[in-house]
Design a protein around this ligand. Structure first.
Ligand code: SF4
Length: 649
């Protein structure tokens, strides 16, 4: 196979030649294969050529139907081959990375019509893989034992049989277990409290083997924003520990749905602390021949950790509609944190002496030191409450303290945008009132290129927007259910129902079966099965209905399988600590935080409807507020494409 899809002349700049070939692709090769020539796509291609040639960050705002993915994929692939380093394509979430590589997806289209063998591999988050340690625990647990035993029995033979000359391959992907619901999967999948670095099974674990596989990609590594950010934040630490970074060196990065990157960056910078994990970690030291002074300190640290987490539990208040609990920070809590940090510091000093005595295994010592350092950093942040967002979550194994810094831009500026590789932000919604400064500033980007191109579709002809009404007062939920059932029952499927929260989806799910109009409908619910299987079922069964919380963005289903989008309620951000902190920092919280979030999400959600020139359909917004509040209605109407009016029905 030749390295480039065009005849390369060494005397001419590479990107100029790549640009000429890409222009041929859009003007000639794809139109010959039945694709239409799109001016917006060609304009975007010229803009990206400059960003790649100058190794700059570019905001590429392109409306639905411009075919922006094909443009950035072509540049990313050509440049990867030129630099001999893969490009990273980071999608907004894990469910979307599968969309790019599905048989009818954009990578397959390019491969087929350009006769190009594209090496595209998925870098999935560890929680999308089975954890052998947790599977063993679950097999001995109280529930679903048969299902877990079956999973165990179907593991590749090398997992449990130790023979000479074995070859290992990746396995244990969430997709391989489509029938497990999310709760069952969470019992056996990796979670942040698994210490893979010291796990005896890591060389035969599908999660670690998957990493070796995607690292070898020649063209593209496709991952989520979260995963890319995890790579950025753990890069130095992993290198210090002698581990490979999560992603190999890469030639360029594309952030698809790039307006969501800030949230992923904050999430990745988050620290999670748990008493049981701390106890387990330091108790390991007690199994060695250590000095008594260190043993006494370890016992004290375990007691202090337990007391601190008990206090945190008492100081945590549940938040309706969120699984994050608000922590009331008091002087007593701060005192306990200081005392705990003091003991950890004393242990760290003792470990320096201990390392000179060589009584502890070097490897084990390093793990404990890294972990203690992380706890010190996290609790240090906790003590400067003005610069962090924190919350607690509860599970059967105890409380987890979560600590997240407020500002991420300094770190991003240093580690992502200063790395001298082309960075493409691609989305239909990046600018606010025609300017990219808002998103650039939130991410710490000073110098950038940008452009906007509109969607080529005729929305006035293809789309309708309706706002069902129901009598004022009365039983709001029942009336809304009746309106939803009427919409769903009177149609032949093809409906995507979008919910702002899991709780609202669950409440809908519990009620819908009692509505006779929907009795014979096939309704699929997010959380019941693995998400890409659910999407595929929905796409392949035109009569089905899909109810989802996480598909406001990125879902791309052209054709009759998706001809209605029903917005269950306006998607304001949750009342959880992350948004509470944003509100606190804003001069006008509703206008600066809640409203822009809701409008952006609404625009994205409605954007799921028309995905090709032949698509026809309607968006229905089930909201009482837009009938009562004319200003709010105006803002929602402003989101609709030109020529589409919102009608009451
Ligand atoms: S390496 Fe990590 S994910 Fe794999 S079995 Fe061990 S703890 Fe679980």
């Amino acid at each position: 196979m030749s390295r480039y899809p065009f005849e390369f002349e060494h005397a001419k700049p590479f990107l100029q030649q790549a640009g000429e070939w890409i222009a041929d692709v859009f003007y000639d090769i794809l139109p010959e294969a039945g694709f239409e020539v799109r001016d917006e796509q060609i304009y975007m291609a010229f803009q990206l050529e400059r960003a790649f040639a100058e190794k700059k960050t570019i905001f590429a705002e392109a409306g639905v139907g411009t075919g922006k993915t094909l443009v950035y994929l072509l540049y990313a692939i050509c440049y990867a081959r030129y630099t001999r380093k893969p490009a990273v394509i980071a999608c907004a979430d894990e469910s979307l990375i599968e969309q790019l590589v599905k048989p009818e997806g954009d990578v397959a289209k390019l491969a087929q019509h350009l006769s190009l063998a594209i090496d595209a591999r998925l870098g999935k988050s560890p929680d999308k893989y089975l954890c052998l340690v947790k599977l063993d625990e679950a097999r001995g647990g109280p529930e679903y034992v048969e299902a877990y035993q079956d999973i165990h029995d179907r593991l590749p033979s090398f997992v449990n049989k130790f023979e000479a000359m074995q070859t290992f391959h990746a396995y244990g992907d969430r997709r391989e277990y489509p029938d497990l619901n999310d709760e069952q999967w969470n019992s056996i999948s990796w979670d942040p409290f698994q210490d893979c670095f010291v796990c005896e099974r890591r060389h035969r674990c599908g999660q670690t083997l998957s990493r070796e596989h995607y690292r070898q990609s020649a063209d593209l590594i496709i991952c989520s924003h979260d995963f890319y950010m995890e790579h950025v934040w753990t890069y130095e630490g992993r290198k210090r520990e002698g581990q490979l970074p999560l992603l190999p060196e890469h030639s360029s990065v594309v952030f698809d749905e790039g307006h969501l990157l800030e949230a992923a960056a904050q999430k990745a910078l988050t620290y999670r602390l748990k008493h049981s994990v701390f106890e387990q970690l330091v108790s390991r030291l007690l199994q060695n021949e250590i000095r008594e002074s260190l043993a006494v300190l370890i016992d004290e640290a375990i007691d202090r950790s337990e007391a601190l987490f008990d206090l945190l539990s008492r100081q945590s208040v549940a938040i309706a509609g969120s699984d994050r609990k608000h922590i009331m920070i008091t002087e007593r809590l701060q005192r306990d944190v200081s005392a705990f940090r003091g003991v950890i510091e004393a242990i760290e000093e003792e470990l320096v002496f201990e390392s000179e005595l060589y009584t502890l295994d070097d490897y084990q010592l390093r793990i404990v030191e890294e972990h203690l350092e992380m706890i010190q950093k996290a609790l240090g942040l906790f003590q400067q409450s003005a610069s962090l967002i924190c919350w607690a979550t509860d599970s059967s194994e105890g409380l987890t303290l979560v600590i997240m810094p407020r500002a991420v831009k300094e770190v991003l500026r240093e580690r992502v945008f200063g790395s001298n590789v082309p960075v493409v932000f691609s989305s239909a919604t990046l600018s606010v009132d025609g300017s990219f400064d808002y998103v650039a500033d939130s991410l710490g980007i000073g110098d950038y290129l940008s452009f906007s191109v509109d969607s080529p579709y005729d929305y006035a002809d293809q789309m309708e927007a309706v706002a069902p009404t129901w009598p004022p007062g009365g039983a709001a939920f029942t009336d809304k259910m009746t309106a939803a059932a009427r919409l769903l029952g009177g149609s032949d499927g093809g409906a995507l129902v979008l919910f702002p929260s899991k709780e609202e989806l669950q409440r809908f799910k519990a009620s819908i079966s009692s509505y006779s109009e929907c009795a014979n409908k096939r309704i699929l619910f997010e959380g019941d099965r693995e998400i890409s299987h659910l999407i595929s079922d929905f796409q392949n069964d035109e009569a089905s209905i899909l109810c989802a919380v996480s598909l406001w963005e990125g879902l791309d289903i052209p054709g009759p399988s998706l001809n209605k989008v029903i917005v269950w309620s306006l998607p304001y951000p949750p009342q959880d600590p992350v948004y509470m902190a944003k509100r606190q920092a804003a001069a006008s919280p509703f206008e600066e935080v809640d409203m822009p979030y809701m409008l952006l999400r609404m625009k994205q959600g409605m954007g799921r409807l028309i995905r090709s020139r032949d698509d026809r359909g309607f968006v229905a917004i089930l909201s009482e507020e837009i009938h009562d509040d004319s200003k709010l209605r105006e803002r929602i109407e402003a989101l609709l494409p030109e020529g589409v009016a919102l009608k009451n029905v």
